[in-house]
Write a protein that binds this ligand. Sequence first.
Ligand code: ITT
Length: 202
Amino acid sequence: MRIVVATRNRGKLEELAVMLGPLGVDVRSLEDYPHVPEVVEDGKTFAENAVKKAREVAGATGEIALADDSGLEVDCLGGAPGVHSARFAGEGKDDRANNEKLIRLMEGVPREKRGACFKCVVALAVPEGRVYTAEGACRGIIGDKPRGNGGFGYDPLFIVPDLGKTFAELDMDVKNAVSHRGKAFARAREIIAGLAAGREGR
Ligand code: ITT
């Protein structure tokens, strides 16, 4: 079975490719389908955006598509940046600018009020039209300065309390074991197995 991972975010793609690896599927990326147009993410929820991305990429490629819509919800910012996480500091998807903005907005906020939650919805769409979703969340604390060189996005600011480390200080397999994406994917794995069984039976 072939799956196109419907993301243009390199960090996400790496994590998802590692999770898909053991399932024995033929993993493709959008680099293999350069004609696929950019999907406009105008949904109000992670689920709406994930479904839209998966559906459009499945339609444009004729393959099963897996999309991830994710983001960081910060308690003291009323859930911002949420679905706007990629463009928090403006267009251009600049992780450093996004992190700087978050640090600035949270200056002086005490530790007990620095809670946040990463959320992820994984959507799987088949070209014939059906779409399946799986969700995952991971709670943590927003640090006052970046730590670590791994991962992407807000990872250097997101501290996992139980581990005392930011996502950017963890090896990818440790991050994947506890992260919002890892949890969503653990649920998506069953959907993928079901799709694979269905395709074999044709
Ligand atoms: P695609 O839509 O092409 O997949 P994107 O980066 O635009 O790429 P989203 O709209 O889902 O994807 O935005 C997700 C943003 O949330 C991402 O750019 C990061 O800023 C943040 N984010 C999500 N998961 C993260 C993670 O595991 N670690 C750090 N930041 C993360």
